[in-house]
Design a protein around this ligand. Structure first.
Ligand code: GLP
Length: 241
């Protein structure tokens, strides 16, 4: 069951979503936060940084696990998701660096990278709150549309649509990695709470499929209908259909 809340603006999405992450930390200071990259969470991360600077939020006991990483990019690469997280959040707050986790894009052995990440999530006792953006094609993390839901962390070939959508961060399409490591549907669905944020007209089809369509791996976010604790915070454009 997905509780949907429609906002007037991206700023309002960011404010409300940051409030929900902050609330999780008030309830459970040592929470495991499942974090996401992309444009959608940038405003939310800015709000979390503000709350930390104002002294109203403490990350010192928290742990984070990110959803995904491009295969082949190391942590220093400016387009890697590790780098994104450092720049957009981690370096501005008091989370312990060793408690921040992103799949290791520089690990060439895909089986090892994925197995290690699942073991890590298991050793942390799972995820308390998982933040998700949504791809235009309904992907979550980098779980792309396919014939089946894949439960463990796995290596995916990125779809042409995702490569095109993410091209804006690279200087050319050729530079966009074609593969990624992503947390699987199993870890996402095992999170105790899930917070989805969506903004803009180009997410409207994916949001409609997530909320109202059949549960199908051809629109991976639709699986969220089977989770009992999901909140979607979206603007009118994303809710437009
Ligand atoms: C990427 C990420 C996803 C993200 C999605 C949407 O492909 N792997 O985790 O949710 O894109 O990104 P954006 O928020 O920039 O639209």
């Amino acid at each position: 069951m997905i509780q949907a809340y429609t906002c007037k603006s991206y700023d309002e999405i960011s404010e409300i979503a940051a409030g929900l992450i902050a609330a999780e930390l008030y309830w459970k200071p040592n929470a495991v936060l499942g974090l996401a990259t992309g444009s959608s969470p940038v405003g939310l991360y800015e709000r979390l940084i503000e709350k930390y600077r104002m002294g109203s939020l403490d990350f010192s006991h928290a742990t984070s696990v990110n959803l995904d990483e491009y295969r082949g990019l190391d942590s220093e690469h400016p387009q890697s998701y590790r780098y994104f997280m450092q720049e957009k959040l981690f370096k501005h707050i008091n989370i312990a660096p060793e408690k921040t986790h992103v799949p290791d894009g520089s690990e060439r052995d895909a089986d090892k990278a994925c197995r290690d990440y699942d073991r890590l999530i298991e050793s942390l006792g799972g995820i308390d709150i998982q933040l998700l953006g949504i791809g235009r094609n309904g992907h979550i993390g980098f779980n792309e549309p396919s014939d089946s839901f894949v439960k463990p962390t796995h290596c995916v070939s990125l779809s042409a649509d995702t490569i095109e959508a993410n091209q804006r961060f690279f200087s050319s399409r050729e530079e966009v990695p074609t593969e990624a490591y992503t947390m699987g549907i199993g870890s996402i669905m095992s999170a105790r709470r899930i917070l989805v944020i969506a903004s803009g007209r180009d997410k409207a089809m994916a949001v409609r499929g997530m909320l109202e369509g059949p549960v199908t791996p051809s629109l991976p976010a639709s699986i969220l209908q089977l989770h009992n604790n999901v909140v979607l915070i979206a603007d009118r454009e994303a809710m437009g259909l």
